[in-house]
Design a protein around this ligand. Structure first.
Ligand SMILES: Cc1cc2nc3c(=O)[nH]c(=O)nc-3n(C[C@H](O)[C@H](O)[C@H](O)COP(=O)(O)OP(=O)(O)OC[C@H]3O[C@@H](n4cnc5c(N)ncnc54)[C@H](O)[C@@H]3O)c2cc1C
Length: 413
């Protein structure tokens, strides 16, 4: 039995290791464009690698049919993943937030240990090779790179990811190859990514960071709410709350919808509480500039922009302000509307949403419903996780499930 695996990321490596552990006589060729395996794992979590999460459910994912991932998450639960980690010598650090990191706090140790398994199990790694075509001739598959042909594969797994972070040699090849076998694709879009605004002030706020609540509005309908850090940047907004809301924002941008976000700069204060605080400031400091006073409430980058956006003189003194102006300021601080024009794009995205339609893949085996013995795993499939280790976990879990199906009935005696 000879198996070709296209893409040596988290899902391809997991599949290769599991297949060999079940039957060491199966021959595996593991292809990757990069010089070495697991390049994206190295880049993940800012080099720390948020490798998994202890609370896993389909609710942590987006896609046309999120129930698709339930079987793999159940078969390869966090507990199962932890056992696997121990089996390769990797210890884990489970945070209070349920996020899981390597105890070493370094993605490099994850890749080193996976590499050592790959070597130990005699998995044939073929690096610096981009597979651009998969052809099925009678019962065997043939894989083609630009100048080479690799033949006689009984089964092929496409685990080559999608377009996020092209600087790491990410490609859309999985989609191109899947299409040649009659698969349909859901539009891909950058996800977990900064959002670009069109305003004449956001560059003035660059560097200003605050815990906020964000509300995503599409055609005046609330589609998502997220609370967490927001960071203004030269291009627009970033920060954890923005990355979280970017999944839906980016999806709707790809559908050419008008994307608006309301920022509540004081998610832990009621309207009345904020109103009271501002009135106290104004009453007790009548001769002070309002912009200076507001600097005591929120970073001093915001007040000047706030006054401009409320059509107030930036030099106005507290004593000259009307009741209605305070109402306007409070309303603005609790629902500051921004217009999102685009995302920062795939280059800056952590993952790609969209991909190969799940309806055309068997969720218990990850085998194509269009072509026998052809399998898909990982990010190439139309399943994308929220921030928190969910994307890597789906890559591990889908690779594992796929390996179990590929080796069904082929256990080493
Ligand atoms: C900067 C960054 C930070 C991230 N941080 C986290 C995090 O902390 N936690 C988390 O859960 N997720 C994180 N992610 C997302 C996560 O890394 C991915 O979702 C996951 O690695 C996907 O695994 P995969 O095996 O499906 O695909 P990939 O890891 O993308 O692997 C696919 C491999 O196939 C190769 N390839 C592509 N086309 C071909 C071809 N035609 N022939 C041969 N090889 C090919 C690619 O070069 C790549 O090495 C992060 C992503 C990025 C970019």
């Amino acid at each position: 039995m000879k198996i070709g695996i296209i893409g040596a990321g988290a899902s391809g490596i997991m599949a290769a290791i599991q297949i060999k552990r079940i039957n060491k006589n199966i021959q595996i060729d593991l292809f990757d464009i990069n010089k070495s395996i697991g390049k994206k794992i190295l880049a993940s979590g800012n080099g720390r690698c948020n490798i998994s999460n202890t609370t896993l459910s389909s609710k942590n994912y987006r896609g046309e049919d999120i129930a698709f991932c339930e079987y793999a998450l159940d078969k390869f639960s966090f507990k199962e993943f932890e056992k696997f980690c121990i089996s390769i010598g990797l210890l884990l650090d489970i945070k209070d937030t349920n996020k899981v990191y390597p105890l070493s706090n370094e993605a490099k140790s994850v890749v080193n240990l996976l590499q050592s398994q790959v070597l130990h199990l005699n998995i044939n790694v073929i690096c610096e090779t981009r597979i651009i075509k998969v052809i099925k001739e009678k019962k065997k598959f043939c894989l083609k790179s630009k100048d080479k042909k690799f033949a006689n594969y009984d089964k092929v797994l496409i685990s080559s990811g999608l377009s996020a972070a092209p600087q790491l040699n990410s490609t859309q090849d999985a989609l191109i190859i899947a299409k040649t076998f009659g698969h349909n694709i859901n539009l891909t879009y950058p996800s977990l990514v900064g959002l670009c605004m069109n305003s004449n002030y956001h560059h003035k706020l660059a560097g200003f960071k605050k815990e906020v609540k964000l509300t995503l509005l599409i055609n005046n309908i609330i589609k998502d709410e997220q609370q967490g850090d927001l960071l203004f940047t030269k291009y627009g907004v970033s920060g954890f709350a923005v990355l979280d809301i970017s999944q839906q924002a980016s999806y709707y941008l790809s559908l050419k919808k008008n994307v608006l976000i309301d920022i509540d700069f004081f998610p832990n204060l009621s309207k009345e509480e904020l109103d009271k605080k501002i009135r106290i400031l104004v009453k007790s400091n009548k001769n002070e500039k309002l912009s200076t006073l507001l600097g005591g409430l929120v970073s001093n980058k915001l007040p000047l922009v706030l006054l401009q956006e409320c059509n107030l003189d930036i030099n106005i003194k507290a004593k000259d302000i009307y009741d209605k102006d305070i109402n306007t300021i409070v309303s603005k601080l609790l629902a500051w509307r921004i217009n999102i024009i685009e995302t920062q794009g795939f280059k800056h995205a952590e993952v790609s949403g969209g991909g190969i339609k799940t309806y055309e893949i068997n969720n218990k085996t990850y085998e194509s419903k269009k072509c026998k013995n052809l399998y898909f795993s990982g990010e190439a499939i139309d399943i994308v996780g929220y921030r928190g280790g969910y994307n890597l976990h789906f890559a591990w879990a889908s690779g594992y499930t796929c390996a179990k199906a590929i080796t069904n009935g082929l256990q080493d005696s």
